[in-house]
Write a protein that binds this ligand. Structure first.
Ligand code: ADP
Ligand code: MG
Length: 580
């Protein structure tokens, strides 16, 4: 092509394409999933722009947010067209070849070890899967800000871009033309394609049409010979053909006709676009939620999400949402104002309401994981849970959640004052009495000794170090339970978490620890008063505020305690390690 300009693929992209071309991966169908997903993304983008500027859509067919698929059996071309945002020349160069995405080399590496291409979409390089089935690909694209261009490549390390002077104008959007390899001719089969599109369009909310063949009946004049032959004995007729039942009396007057099957083409809608979140939650199966979850994540493994929540919020702001753990999800609302800019939208009060409700729902959902987990003894009614059918699915799920997201819960406690108590309920930790298992605040409180007012905790670098701490000596001797916080974020968290329900927290390495009094306490205090005074004088006053007789120790003679409002020793250590 005269006006074509050549470009080399970025090295990693080129390697990726080589691997794809030579791949023995058998599930080549996935290329269609990737193309549909890209077309859907492009349609989403133009739809989003159109919310604030209707003009971008243009008029007539252009404004139809849809995909169209065509099969050309003679030329062996499969093409997919969308009326999405399209790509400028610049976009084509960047998106399809010269800029490697961060996932490219990670995916190349993964491919070399596993050979499994299924996750290609997750790594942000799904487009190149077209070379599983095609040896030559053209991408024709029209963006509102540019002329129509063609990108083309035979995956030989280079691609070319030209201003389009040959194809029909797209108006707006992208057409991907796959020149299918000899061994991939099956994708020209309408039946196969329909099945595949159905499979991959379950959660696509734009119509996908196929230029599909259709058998129609057509009346054609019957020739003289044939009409005189008796129907049953006719040998010229194919079995599909049917002769019109004509009335004998009218035979003479009317010209004789017969019906033949004729193949015509028309756009056939392949997907029903019944969005999962608009459906009644009672009618959606676990499998459907799981599939939807995977389509959101572009992760096509078979692992189930830990849990999900599908609900409709009513009131000032109405919306429908499906939330998942691990975090992913979708919110659909008609009550957001559309005639404002994106920045304004983010400030809008409806969005704040939505956020507030979503956080509540998400927290409820996380609590549900714990409530339904038979390993969590705080579960309300163990018997109920054990009777539930999918008990094996739920066992150990909370620990799994906690190991992955515990940090986020702790950060939430720091940042979100409104939900602090709800988040604290989700906390798990070890104590000097938990035998390596995780426990919760509710469980801790239920085990508190009579007369114990505060929740005791200690912070430090490791559980082992904390267990040996002199601060714990007497508490252990007196059979108190102490929370062992060994994560640096715990120290920060506890500056925000002052109380839980009606209990206060007491750092046992700080001033103010109150445990049951001994009758001898007063006597001892009196007899050591002078010694304490002497110590106070002997120690440099800038380092030591006070010297006190206390009952917190059992074996060790003395211990350095931090004042109630100062940093704990652990906090000092953390701060110091940060400034070094
Ligand atoms: P991803 O979809 O994860 O970004 P792909 O490799 O599938 O990765 O696509 C690369 C990029 O090419 C997309 O991010 C998008 O910018 C562009 N692209 C691909 N297909 C289309 C399309 N049909 N319309 C507009 N842009 C597209
Ligand atoms: Mg993609």
């Amino acid at each position: 092509r005269a006006n074509a300009k050549k470009f080399e693929f970025q090295a990693e992209v080129s390697r990726l394409m080589d691997i794809i071309i030579n791949s023995l991966y058998s599930n080549k169908d996935i290329f269609l999933r990737e193309l549909i997903s890209n077309a859907s993304d492009a349609l989403d983008k133009i739809r989003f722009l159109s919310l604030t500027d209707k003009e971008v859509l243009g008029e007539g067919d252009n404004a139809k947010l849809e995909m169209q698929i065509k099969l050309d059996k003679e030329k062996k071309i499969l093409s997919i067209r969308d009326r999405g945002i399209g790509m400028t020349k610049e976009d084509l160069i960047k998106n399809l070849g010269t800029i490697a995405k961060s996932g490219t080399s990670a995916f190349v590496e993964k491919m070399q070890t596993s050979g499994d291409l299924n996750l290609i979409g997750q790594f942000g390089v799904g487009f190149y899967s077209v070379y599983l089935v095609a040896d030559y690909v053209e991408v024709i694209s029209k963006h509102n800000d540019d002329k129509q261009h063609v990108w083309e490549s035979k995956a030989d390390g280079a691609f070319a871009i030209s201003e389009d002077e040959w194809n029909e104008p797209l108006g707006r959007g992208t057409e991907i033309r796959l020149h299918l390899r000899d061994e991939a001719q099956e994708y020209l089969d309408e039946y196969k394609l329909k099945e595949l599109v159905k499979k991959y369009s379950e959660f696509i909310n734009f119509p996908i049409h196929l230029w599909a063949s259709k058998e129609v009946d057509e009346e054609v004049p019957a020739d003289e010979d044939e009409s005189s032959v008796d129907e049953e004995t006719s040998e010229n007729k194919s079995s599909d053909e049917e002769e019109v039942d004509t009335d004998k009396d009218e035979d003479e007057k009317k010209p004789k006709t017969k019906t033949v099957k004729k193949t015509t083409y028309e756009w056939e809608l392949l997907n029903d676009m019944k969005a999962i979140w608009l459906r009644n939650p009672k009618e959606v199966t676990d499998e459907e939620y799981t599939k939807f979850y995977h389509s959101l994540a572009k992760d096509f493994g078979d692992e189930r999400p830990l849990t999900w929540s599908h609900f409709t919020a009513e009131g000032d702001v109405e919306f429908k949402a499906v939330l998942f753990v691990p975090p992913k999800g979708l919110v659909d609302s008609d009550t957001l104002p559309l005639n404002v800019s994106r920045e304004m939208l983010q400030q809008h009060s409806s969005l704040k309401t939505i956020k507030k409700k979503l956080i509540r729902k998400a927290l409820d959902m996380i609590r549900k994981i714990a409530d339904e987990d038979p390993d969590e003894s705080s579960a309300k009614d163990k018997k109920d849970i054990e009777e539930s059918s999918d008990i094996r699915d739920k066992k150990g799920q909370y620990v799994k959640f906690w190991n992955e997201f515990g940090r986020s819960i702790k950060l939430g406690i720091i940042e979100d004052a409104t939900n602090r108590n709800r988040l604290a309920k989700l906390l798990r930790f070890e104590t000097n009495k938990s035998n390596g298992k995780l426990t919760s605040l509710d469980q801790y409180i239920s085990r508190m000794k009579s007369g114990q007012k505060d929740v005791f905790y200690i912070t430090g670098t490791s559980k082992e170090q904390l267990e040996k701490s002199p601060f714990l000596e007497r508490l252990i001797k007196k059979n108190y339970e102490v929370i062992l916080f060994a994560d640096p974020v715990d120290e920060y968290m506890m500056q925000y978490l002052m109380d839980y329900e009606d209990k206060k927290f007491q750092n046992v390495s700080k001033e103010g620890l109150k445990i049951g009094k001994d009758s001898k306490d007063k006597e001892l205090k009196e007899s050591f008063k002078e010694l304490a005074k002497w110590w106070k004088g002997a120690l440099a006053s800038e380092n030591v505020d006070d010297v006190k007789i206390s009952n917190r120790l059992s074996g060790s003679p003395c211990v350095v305690v931090t004042s109630k409002y100062g940093w704990s020793a652990n906090m000092e250590r953390i701060m110091q390690s940060q400034t070094l």
